[in-house]
Design a protein around this ligand. Sequence first.
Ligand SMILES: Nc1nc2c(ncn2[C@@H]2O[C@H](COP(=O)(O)OP(=O)(O)OP(=O)(O)O)[C@@H](O)[C@H]2O)c(=O)[nH]1
Ligand SMILES: [Mg+2]
Length: 213
Amino acid sequence: MTSIKNNNLVKLCIMGDGGVGKTSVTIQFISNHFVHFYDPTIEDSYRKQCLIDDQVYMLDILDTAGQDELTAMRDQWIRSCEGFILVYSVTSRSSFDQIQFFREQINRVLDSDDVPIMMIGNKIDLEDERQVTYQEGKDLARCLGMSFMEVSAKTRSNVEEVFNETVRCVKRREESILKKEKSRDGKDIKKPSIFKKLNEKVNSTKISICKMM
Ligand SMILES: Nc1nc2c(ncn2[C@@H]2O[C@H](COP(=O)(O)OP(=O)(O)OP(=O)(O)O)[C@@H](O)[C@H]2O)c(=O)[nH]1
Ligand SMILES: [Mg+2]
């Protein structure tokens, strides 16, 4: 029987301008179908258990409002999540221009520039209406330190991969924080403070001897 450990619960937040397809991408991932109609979101959350790299995870996905008049909760949404999916539509230049604003808001609220974020360009099935090239998306993501994929909620292209990769980003960050903490503790054990002080004294004596000479 597979059980989910507490640390395998991953909280993700999906953000971006209104109408770019946040809900459609999420519903396609959760229940394998495409929503044709547009019903602006206020706030919805979804849960899905999935297997990523032989590990079972429970994903908590927060689907947020893109419409300007519904975004008062944004700081609170950001605080409650550990990984982010920033969505724009490849058919909308203005939604692409908004990405940097969302990125800055996440950094500000979490007071960190090292947050796991995946940027996605949605609606690639509408190739004739494309306003943002793949290269532009890739360049912006690299410049802002985010992972990047193009997707289509309609055809399901790359939808699963987006969520899998975002979970991997969250886990990689967690591991690197843990590693840093362990190595800090390890150093303290190897070098007890009494030796540190003794070393400092020897060094300062050396310096004063040098000065005298
Ligand atoms: N052709 C195509 N249409 C899409 C795609 N993704 C979403 N749409 C359509 O775009 C419209 C808006 O999609 P939503 O998923 O509701 O957009 P949203 O980002 O959740 O919008 P808000 O909740 O207002 O922020 C709907 O009519 C969808 O059917 C896609 O990949 N391809
Ligand atoms: Mg929505």
